[in-house]
Write a protein that binds this ligand. Structure first.
Ligand code: FAD
Length: 308
């Protein structure tokens, strides 16, 4: 009997994990990605000669199955424990907070998505309509607002909020925090990361994430966010040098504003099976890299059982 064929739309971590777990169960997978490269919100483009993490800042681990994946990445040098302590800037204070270990990737977080992909990806291949696909089942592995365009009635979709990430190169690493800083109660910034500390090469590169409100103002022209972001960076950290370069990236659908409750994924079986995964499917309530991986791999187990 011929193996079932599944179209996985979206080559972020949830799509990669789903495709890998389907292939492990002898299911043929074809992956469609509308961008120029896999990675999704774990993007690490090359800027001024080195990879810079412009999406997710780091990942944390909790679930045993994801711990096993992360252990494998660490053992092979693809990921490394970065830090459990971040600075915290508030309008009144500058402190340090300790939390879970945050992991980073020397080659950029996108390298972890590539590592999970079981086969080649059809890049620059946006799927505009599910009717164009002849596969036995389809998986939507992307932010809800993008999935809703392809299957508006499939479930109750959640909304996402935007972030603009601004990377900047500096003459040297002389800033008043160690690895990264949460910025609380600020109208412009929410997070600042030292990309050289994170990636481990010591480059004098910062990546700043805006608040959703600041991003909303500049969604049409993200480059216009650079000046207010640099001004906020000076106000918050006291940094007084001028950057040697800057680069802005718009994430229109950066973070879900809620989740799908206790559900790990969506799977509809009226007609052709339609699976839905991504970081908004997060029973832990914390939509992030780990929940994207869990959602994709758990969907694959149920979809494979349905198809075989
Ligand atoms: C600025 C920012 C900071 C973050 N910080 C952290 C952090 O510090 N820690 C953490 O754990 N998480 C963080 N996250 C969240 C984390 O990046 C995501 O949870 C995770 O990467 C989501 O993976 P995903 O596969 O669900 O979706 P995505 O990575 O968004 O992948 C979806 C893919 O689908 C593609 N696609 C969409 N529509 C179509 C279509 N019609 N046809 C073909 N392809 C399509 C997209 O191009 C994309 O590549 C952050 C995210 C952002 C944006």
């Amino acid at each position: 009997m011929a193996s079932p064929r599944v179209a996985v739309i979206g080559a972020g971590l949830s799509g990669a994990a789903c495709a890998q777990a389907l292939q492990d169960r002898d299911i043929e997978v074809e992956i469609f990605e509308r961008g120029r490269a896999p990675g999704g919100r774990m993007a690490s483009p090359t800027l001024h000669g080195r990879r810079v993490d412009m999406g997710a800042a780091y990942f944390t681990v909790k679930d045993p199955s994801f711990i096993a994946i992360a252990d494998g990445w660490v053992a092979r040098g693809l990921a490394r424990p970065w830090t459990d302590s971040f600075d915290v800037f508030t309008p009144a204070d500058h402190d340090v907070t300790t939390g879970p270990m945050r992991f980073a990737a020397p080659g950029g977080l996108r390298s972890l998505v590539r590592d999970q992909l079981p086969c080649g990806v059809r890049v620059e291949a946006p799927v505009e309509s599910l009717d164009d696909l002849t596969h036995d089942a389809v998986v939507l592995a992307m932010p809800d607002p993008q999935a809703a365009r392809l299957a508006p009635e499939a479930c109750e979709w959640v909304t996402y909020e935007p972030v603009i990430a601004v990377a900047s190169g500096w003459p040297d690493r002389s800033w008043a925090f160690t690895d990264a800083a949460f910025v609380n109660d600020d109208p412009d910034l929410s997070f600042i990361a030292d990309d050289g500390a994170r990636r481990g090469d010591g480059a004098a590169v910062l990546v700043v994430h805006t608040t959703a409100d600041r991003a909303q103002t500049h969604l049409d022209r993200p480059d216009d966010a650079v000046a207010p972001v640099l001004s906020a960076l000076r106000r918050i950290t006291g940094i007084d040098a001028a950057p040697t370069w800057t680069h802005a990236h718009r994430w229109t659908f950066a973070k879900p504003t809620s989740t799908h409750g206790d559900a790990d994924f969506g799977l509809g079986a009226t007609g052709r099976p339609l699976g839905i995964c991504g970081d908004a499917w997060s029973p832990s309530g914390a939509p992030r890299v780990e929940s994207a991986w869990l959602s994709g791999s758990r969907l694959a187990a149920s979809l494979a059982a349905m198809l075989t």
